[in-house]
Structures are given as C-alpha cells and as structure tokens.
Design a protein around this ligand. Structure first.
Ligand code: NDP
Length: 316
C-alpha cells in the first residue's frame, strides 16, 4: 500500500515496531523491516558501544530502512547521536523530551525525525519543532506514558484534527482490526509495542514473554506518576509500590523504592518478582509467542478481513 507513512519511510506497510528498552534489538528490528514494516532499535537501554554493535548487525541483516528510538532522558545522548549519524541511520524516533532539541541537527544530516507524544499539546509542539511525523500514544500503552490518561480512541481524532503532518497511532494496537480502527480515526500508520515484545526475535527474557502471554484484562496499571508515569504488569514490585502509596510515601521514598536498573532486572533478566515489567493493556488478549514475520502477516490478514466485513455493513 502507498500512503504518507509508507512514502516517508520508504516501506511496504504502515506498520512500525516500537523501539522498546530491553526488547527491541537488531534481530527484532531487522526482521520487521525485512517483513515490510519499519523496525526500530530501542537505544535507551544500550551503552554507546552496544548501540554501535546493534546498528552494525541490523545493517548486515537488512537492506531495508530501519530506525533508532532515542529517549531524550538518556545520559549519553550525544554519543548515541554521533553513532546514528556515523552509521547513516535514515530515521530517528525521539521521545521523552523537547522535540526542538535535536530535530534541526538530525535534519541537517538528512535524517527523518519522528517524535512520540501522549497529548495534543505535545503534538502541536512537535509539529512546530519541524518533525516529519508524530506518534500519538494513548493511555493503554506499556512503559513510559503521559500523565493525562488520554486513550488512543480519544487521542488520535483530537490530534488528527489539529495537525497536518503524518500521524502514527500507538497504544492498544495488537491486531489488524485495531490497526484499521486507528486508520479510520485518521492515523496514517500504527506503532506496535507489546505484540512484538512477545515475539521470538525480541530480546526480552522468556520469563517476561510468558508472563505477557499469561496476562489478562486488568493485569497492568499506569503508576509512579510522581516520577515518570509507567504502565507495568502487576507483580511483587508493583504491590510494593501500591503499599508505599497506601503509606503516603514521599517522592524521595518512591525514588528509593524504584532504585536503579529495575526494568533490566524484569524485562531482560526475567526476575518477575523484583523487576519492572513494562507492557501495555493489550497484553490481555495475546496468548501465543509468534515470529515477528507471522505477527505482520496476521496484522495484514486481519486488516483485510475487517475491511471486507465492514464493507457489507450499511447504516442506511
Ligand atoms: P535506570 O536509571 O533505572 O537504569 C539505567 C539502565 O540503563 C541500567 O539498567 C543500565 O544498564 C542501562 N544503561 C544503558 N546505557 C546506560 C548509560 N549510558 N548510563 C547508565 N545506564 C545505562 O533507568 P531505566 O532502566 O528506567 O531507563 C533507562 C533508559 O530508558 C532511560 O533513558 C529512559 O528514559 C529510557 N526508557 C524509555 C522507555 C520508553 O518507554 N521509551 C521506558 C523506560 C525507560 P546496566 O545495568 O547494564 O548498567
């Protein structure tokens, strides 16, 4: 198919795999890109030498476009930017920061810049900063999220109404039906995270993948809003956070409880009790570990089936 997103990224389908910390390494990104979508390497959990190696491996595995996600909170961001430029990575998705900071510099290097937002206010700021497209991510999404709790169903039409640049929907999308729904609401493409975490190629620990597939409706919650809001799978660590809230914990006490490296512990090392398990609400309908290629094939089939079913319905 051809639309603003497939043309912007020079890809076959407007399906983008999210650049998630500890889950989105070269193997996942290259497989998604080779399957006609856009694969993204999640650089937020990578030391500079690791990112360098991951990009090199991705380039060796695919001749198709791929991207790097750059969370602006990352401590060694300058080194990451130099690595991205040196490897001539064609597309960067920036998140968790001001889109004005790096957009011009990346554009001067010929890099397409996409910024991830969770509200209309930030979408407008990103458009003004000159980014090429926006990912609007709703409340359902896993990991870091906005404070406003705007769901994807509400966020996409609100952003669509006000912005002119291409719009990618994210949060709660794990099927072709959800993809079609987002495109009906005005999105030009979708970014999918949780479904790809539970894939063979994701670098997440197998314990985490199994926990995702076991998850049911109501098993995740957006918490730690005083720090950086994050949607987690409920586990022992989450219960400790809830207990801290019951005891009216201060922000400093929450910072101490969170500690360092909890996301790595849970998602990469598979410690399901003590780790942070960042995943979206849609985990509740996923029950099978699949290859990334199969996930994309399923998305395409479900999208077509849903479109055919809808074409038979008339309100007249
Ligand atoms: P913590 O401060 O708890 O831990 C830092 C982790 O990042 C450690 O596990 C460390 O690995 C690893 N790391 C990689 N590169 C560096 C570096 N240059 N300096 C220090 N640590 C590094 O942070 P989080 O794990 O919560 O988050 C890490 C990053 O990921 C942040 O930049 C954050 O903004 C981003 N992030 C993005 C999310 C998203 O949804 N896009 C979600 C959550 C986080 P090691 O243990 O091997 O030292």
């Amino acid at each position: 198919m051809k639309n603003r997103i497939t043309e912007l990224f020079n890809i076959q389908y407007p399906i983008i795999q999210a650049g998630m910390i500890w889950c989105s390494g070269w193997e996942l990104a290259a497989t998604v890109s080779n399957s006609g979508g856009l694969g993204i390497i999640g650089s937020g959990s990578m030391y500079p030498d690791i990112l360098d190696e991951q990009i090199a491996k991705c380039k060796a595995e695919t001749s198709k476009p791929f991207a790097v996600n750059l969370p602006m909170l990352y401590p060694n961001i300058e080194e990451h930017i130099e690595t991205i430029i040196r490897h001539k990575v064609p597309i960067v998705f920036t998140s968790a920061g001001n889109p004005k900071t790096y957009t011009d510099r990346l554009h001067k290097e010929g890099i397409t810049v996409v910024h991830v937002v969770s509200s209309l206010k930030f979408a407008l700021k990103a458009q003004q900063a000159g980014v090429d497209a926006i990912v609007a991510e709703g409340f359902e999404a896993g990991g870091h999220n906005g404070r406003d709790e705007t769901t994807t169903l509400c966020l996409i039409p609100m952003v669509k109404k006000e912005i002119k640049i291409p719009l990618i929907a994210a949060g709660g999308i794990a099927s072709g039906r959800a993809m079609l729904a987002c495109m009906v609401l005005g999105a030009d493409g979708v970014q999918i995270g949780s479904r790809f975490v539970a894939s063979h190629e994701s670098s997440a620990h197998i314990n985490f993948k199994k926990a995702i597939l076991d998850a049911k409706e109501g098993d995740t919650e957006l918490t730690l809003k005083e720090l950086t809001p994050v949607r987690l799978l409920k586990n022992d660590f989450y219960s400790r956070v809830q207990k801290a809230y019951t005891n009216h914990a201060s922000k400093d006490e929450l910072v101490e409880l969170l500690g360092r490296g909890r996301a790595k512990k849970g998602m990469f090392e598979g410690d399901l009790q003590n780790g942070e398990l960042e995943i979206g609400q849609i985990a509740g309908i996923m029950d099978e570990l699949l290859s990334a290629k199969q996930i994309i094939n399923d998305l395409l089939k479900e999208f077509d089936d849903a479109q055919n079913e809808l074409s038979k319905i008339s309100l007249k």
